[in-house]
Design a protein around this ligand. Structure first.
Ligand code: NAI
Length: 504
C-alpha cells in the first residue's frame, strides 16, 4: 500500500466540513493533493470551500502565500454531491460528528464505495479507532489521523494505529501527513491518544493544589509560567478551553485507564464544571474577565515590605541553597541561633515532614523550591503554625535576589516539583506502555500543546530520572497516594542511572 502522494492525481477525501474538516482540507490542498469535500448537511461543503478560499486569499494578501499558490490550492478542492463520488479517493479522512454510531455507519458505506487499497482515517479525539473499525470487513486499512485545532496553525498530527491496522497504512498516513505539511507521530489506539493524555496532570495536579489550599489559581499559574516556562498556566488554559470540555476529558481518561490514580481529578474540578462558570466563554471561570474579555489579574507576588532577615539558619548543608541566600545578601548560620528564620530546600517533602525529620523549629521554617527558573520566580513554602514575622523577613530577603516570590502553604514537592514530576512520570508511563516512542512523546507535547519541553524532557528539567524518582517516592510516602507512584520506566532508569529516554 505504498502510496505516492506526490502523484498529480493523488486524492484525499474529507468528510465532514466543520471546524476540523475545513482545516484538514485546506492543508491537504496546500500540500498539492486533490481534495474531495463531502458533508451531509446541504450546502455545508460549498460553504467550507468558500471559507478556505477566503482564508487562503487572506494569507496571500498578507504576503504569506503566493497568490498563484492560493488559487491553485482552491482549484484542487472539489465539492462532491454524493458519497459514490468518493470512489477515486486514495485516502478518506473522516471529521464528522463525534458519535460512534454515525462513524460506524459512514465507515460501512465507505467500504462499499472505495477501492480496496484506499485507506480510511478518523479524526476522532475520544473514540477508540478499533471501535469504529469494528464495523468494517477490512479493519487493516482503518486508522486514526488526529489533527489539532486550528489545523493550519497546528503542525502536529497523531497517526493512530489500532491493533488491526496494517503497518503499511500507518506508513501511508504518515507520508500523507508530511505531504500536508504536518509533523506526524505514530501513536497507539488508547484513551486520549498521546497529547490529550499527556496533558492531564497539568490541570488535575494544579486543581489538587488549589483544592488543598496550597496556593490560589493565579499563584499556581504564575509559578508554572515563570519557573517552568509554560506559556499559559493550567487555570488560564482551562478557562480558555472551557471547563465543559476539560472536566469531561479528565473523566474519560480516568475511566479509560480503569481508575488509575495518576489520572484522577477532584471534586473542585467537577464543582467548577457544574457551576456553569466554564471560563472565558461564560465570562468567568477560575478567573474573572472584564467586559472586553480581558482577564482580571489577581495577586501572585508576596509583599517584600518587611525588613529582610539579616541572618538565616541553614536547615541542612545545601550548596545550591547557600549560594542563593548569599546572593540575596544574607549571613548564613550553620547552627540554629534560636531566633533567625530557618531555610531549607526539601525535595518531594512538605515543610512539616522536613521539619520533623531534621528536628527543626517549624515556627521559623521557610522552605524554598530550587527547581526551575528561580531567577524569575521563587516559591517559598511555610508549614502550618509558621510565625508570620519570620516568614515575612525571610521572603523579603529572598526578594533581594531580584526574583519575584510566591508564598505557598505546605505541599510535598511545592508546586513545580509536583506538577512537573507528574507530567514527566506520565510521559515515562506512556513510553512504557508503548503509546509512542520517547522522541515522539516529547515532540508531540511541544507541537500539540506548546509545552516548553516534552514530557520526558521535563524529567531532565527537574534533574534527571534519579531525582524525579526520589521526588515522586517522597510525595507518595508523604501523601500515601498511589497517584505519585513512579512508572517502571522511570524507576529502571533511575536505578541504573540512565538517561530517561533510554529505550527498553
Ligand atoms: P463540527 O460540528 O464543526 O463539524 C462536523 C461536520 O460534520 C458538520 O458540518 C456536519 O454537518 C457534518 N456531519 C455530521 N454527520 C455527518 C455524516 N454522517 N456524514 C457527513 N457529514 C456529517 O465538528 P468538528 O469540531 O469539526 O469535529 C469533527 C471531528 O473532529 C469530531 O470527531 C471531533 O471529535 C474531532 N476533533 C475535533 C477537534 C476540535 O477541536 N473541534 C480536535 C480534534 C478532533
Amino acid at each position: 500500500m505504498a502510496m505516492d502522494w506526490s502523484r498529480d492525481e493523488a486524492t484525499v477525501a474529507v468528510i465532514g466540513t466543520g471546524a476540523m474538516g475545513r482545516g484538514i482540507a485546506q492543508v491537504a490542498a496546500q500540500g498539492g493533493l486533490k481534495v474531495l469535500l463531502f458533508d451531509a448537511a446541504s450546502g455545508a461543503a460549498e460553504r467550507a470551500r468558500a471559507y478556505i478560499a477566503e482564508m487562503l486569499d487572506g494569507a496571500a494578501r498578507k504576503g504569506r502565500l503566493a497568490p498563484a499558490e492560493a488559487e491553485a490550492a482552491v482549484a484542487r478542492i472539489h465539492v462532491i454531491g454524493a458519497m459514490e463520488d468518493l470512489a477515486p479517493a486514495d485516502a478518506v479522512i473522516e471529521a464528522i460528528v463525534e458519535a460512534l454510531d454515525a462513524k460506524r455507519d459512514l465507515f460501512r458505506q465507505l467500504e462499499a464505495i472505495l477501492r480496496p487499497d484506499a485507506v480510511i482515517a478518523s479524526n476522532t479525539s475520544s473514540i477508540r479507532i478499533a471501535s469504529i473499525a469494528a464495523a468494517c470487513t477490512n479493519k487493516a486499512r482503518v486508522a486514526g489521523m488526529h489533527f489539532f485545532n486550528p489545523v493550519p496553525l497546528m503542525k502536529l498530527v497523531e497517526v493512530i494505529r489500532a491493533p488491526a491496522t496494517a503497518p503499511a497504512v500507518v506508513e501511508a498516513l504518515t507520508a500523507l501527513g508530511k505531504r500536508m505539511g504536518r509533523v506526524p507521530v505514530t501513536v497507539s489506539d488508547s484513551p486520549g491518544f498521546l497529547v490529550n493524555l499527556g496533558n492531564r496532570p497539568f490541570s488535575t495536579e494544579a486543581v489538587r493544589l488549589a483544592m488543598e489550599g496550597v496556593a490560589s489559581p493565579a499563584e499556581i499559574d504564575a509559578i508554572l509560567r515563570d519557573a517552568v516556562g509554560f506559556r499559559m498556566g493550567p487555570f488560564e488554559l482551562m478557562d480558555l478551553t472551557g471547563l465543559d470540555v476539560n472536566f469531561p476529558a479528565a473523566k474519560i481518561m480516568y475511566d479509560g485507564y480503569f481508575q488509575d490514580r495518576r489520572l484522577a481529578t477532584w471534586p473542585l474540578h467537577q464543582a467548577m464544571a457544574e457551576s456553569g462558570q466554564l471560563g472565558r466563554k461564560t465570562g468567568g471561570g477560575w478567573y474573572a474577565y472584564d467586559t472586553d474579555g480581558k482577564l482580571v489579574p489577581q495577586p501572585t507576588d508576596a509583599p517584600a515590605s518587611a525588613t529582610p532577615a539579616a541572618k538565616l539558619v541553614l536547615a541542612e548543608r545545601d550548596e545550591a541553597l547557600s549560594k542563593l541566600l548569599l546572593e540575596a545578601g544574607a549571613e548564613l548560620l550553620a547552627r540554629d541561633d534560636g531566633a533567625s528564620p530557618i531555610v531549607g530546600a526539601p525535595l518531594g517533602e512538605d515543610a512539616s515532614t522536613f521539619a520533623a525529620r531534621l528536628g527543626l523549629d517549624a515556627r521559623r521554617l521557610v522552605c524554598v523550591d530550587l527547581s526551575g527558573n528561580i531567577a524569575k520566580r521563587l516559591t517559598a513554602m511555610r508549614p502550618p503554625g509558621a510565625d508570620p514575622a519570620a516568614v515575612a523577613a525571610a521572603v523579603s530577603r529572598l526578594a533581594q535576589t531580584g526574583a519575584k516570590v510566591t508564598v505557598i502553604k505546605d505541599s510535598p514537592g511545592f508546586v513545580v516539583q509536583r506538577v512537573v514530576a507528574m507530567i514527566g512520570n506520565l510521559g515515562c508511563e506512556m513510553a512504557q506502555i508503548g503509546i509512542a516512542s520517547p522522541a515522539d512523546i516529547d515532540l508531540a507535547m511541544k507541537l500539540g500543546l506548546n509545552y516548553p519541553r516534552g514530557s520526558l524532557e521535563m524529567v531532565d528539567f527537574l534533574g534527571g530520572a534519579r531525582r524525579v524518582h526520589e521526588i515522586l517516592g517522597r510525595i507518595q510516602a508523604v501523601t500515601g497516594d498511589d497517584r505519585y507512584r513512579p512508572s517502571l520506566w522511570l524507576r529502571r532508569r533511575a536505578l541504573l542511572d540512565l538517561p530517561v529516554n533510554t529505550p527498553d
